[in-house]
Write a protein that binds this ligand. Sequence first.
Ligand code: FAD
Length: 499
Amino acid sequence: MQASPRVVIVGGGTAGWMTAAAFARSLGGRCGLTLVESDEIGTIGVGEASIPNLIEFNRALGLDENEFLRECGGSFKLGIEFVNWGAVGERYIHGFGQLGAGAQGLPFHHFWLRGQRLGCAAELGDYALNTAAPRAARFMRARPDMAGSPLAELAHAFHFDASRYAAFLRRYAEARGVQRIEGRVTQVTRRAEGGIAAIELANGTRIDGDFFIDCSGQHGLLIQQTLQAGFEDWSHWLPCDRAWAVPSEAATPLLPMTRATAHSAGWQWRIPLQHRLGNGHVFASRFMTEEDARTVLLDHLDTPAQAEPRLIRFRTGRAKRFWVGNCVAVGLSSGFLEPLESTSIHLIHMAVARILDFFPHGKEIDPADVAEYNALTTREYENIRDFLALHYKLTRRDDSEFWRYCRSMPIPDTLQRKLDLFAANGRVIRHSDELFAEVSWVQVMLGQGLMPRGHHPFADQLSEPELRDYLDHVRQVIARCVQAMPEHADYLRSQGALA
Ligand code: FAD
């Protein structure tokens, strides 16, 4: 039997500690796990909104969800409200979970499209619990025992303080044998056969390893600086490259949704936590100066700022290879797709799960495993890229250079096909491994004003009065469910989830 590889994780941000915690849980004492981080360098310190899949990550670690919320000052998230994206003054919510209620054998939006044409459909957001509840600041976890009710299917994610989450996972990982070493990596020694043999810290400590995970953030210390994986730049599709971030005082009511408000050269996030709001202005430096972008952020805060804004620079795109030799990049070292749909932490989760699937036997790494890992991760990045680029492309705004650029920019063929298909008859075909579900695409495309020319012919099988009754019924069911839900903050309190 081959000896287990010695695993070295470089970096202790969200990526480093998520990796360390998941490895410690899955590998038990079978591998030596070492994590190196540098307090002097620090972490990026933003990344506070998730998508529902984080539930599975936490569950796999055996974490209690209420404890997680308490530890991280967290709140629930039912979706994202987009303001001023299709046109100034417009807003819509991209909610997780289902549209409509009650099975009619066809995705709900086809009935809604027909209802729109007949003038008997209200706003799409009235027909889904994940969009109606956050507007009323209401929340409760799904009740699977209420089969047939939208309350059985409510899908949630979280807002949380990312640095507290990393600290929480650090305690978890260290309790399960992960050795943390504080220090700055100043030298990397390569193996003769390719890959990495050891890292060296500023104080001279040498750490040998068989399998390295690069969680060094944008530095890409191992994957880029040492192994030269290369970078595929996507800034022509995702043009923002800077963000000013600032916390502000907590707001009431505590909304169970993120807000993304478009400005003239980017957009601003508003993430409600228990103890503060997280805010940030993501912008394209080609179209707005850093100083102006800072002013825009401060002018649009809902509550007083608690600190000086901090500037973060980034580049959108991905590593050309995520796994090279005996090193895999996880987190920002693998690429960045901008925070619009809160997908970065999800990509960390997926990378960690996939590395465990392809975990090497000993020191030997099979090139077929590496090739498959890289192909799967590339597809995952491209799918998410298309969904993000959709938000920029699909605008009718022409009030600034930035939005005129976005409207006219060329887009990937894969995205163009999705737009063409939807524009014809409202169809969305989701390929099996795509992250975003049909309802996500539908909500964003309709929310930003792409009204299909037709709908699925089966939606015509209801007579006009039947269609009206059906739409009214769904709207009433959703409204009744919202009424039955507690206020978000009260719910957190009732669950013992308030810090
Ligand atoms: P970092 O946090 O930068 O950590 C890097 C680690 O490497 C640190 O511990 C550092 O000390 C260490 N390190 C680096 N070099 C060395 C060295 N030489 N020696 C030793 N240690 C070293 N994601 C979401 O899911 N939702 C969001 O809402 C979201 N919002 C975001 C907003 C912005 C503006 C940005 C830029 C990102 C956002 N993200 C979001 C992404 C999210 O912040 C990151 O994916 C996540 O924090 C992971 O970062 P990381 O651990 O890869 O890197």
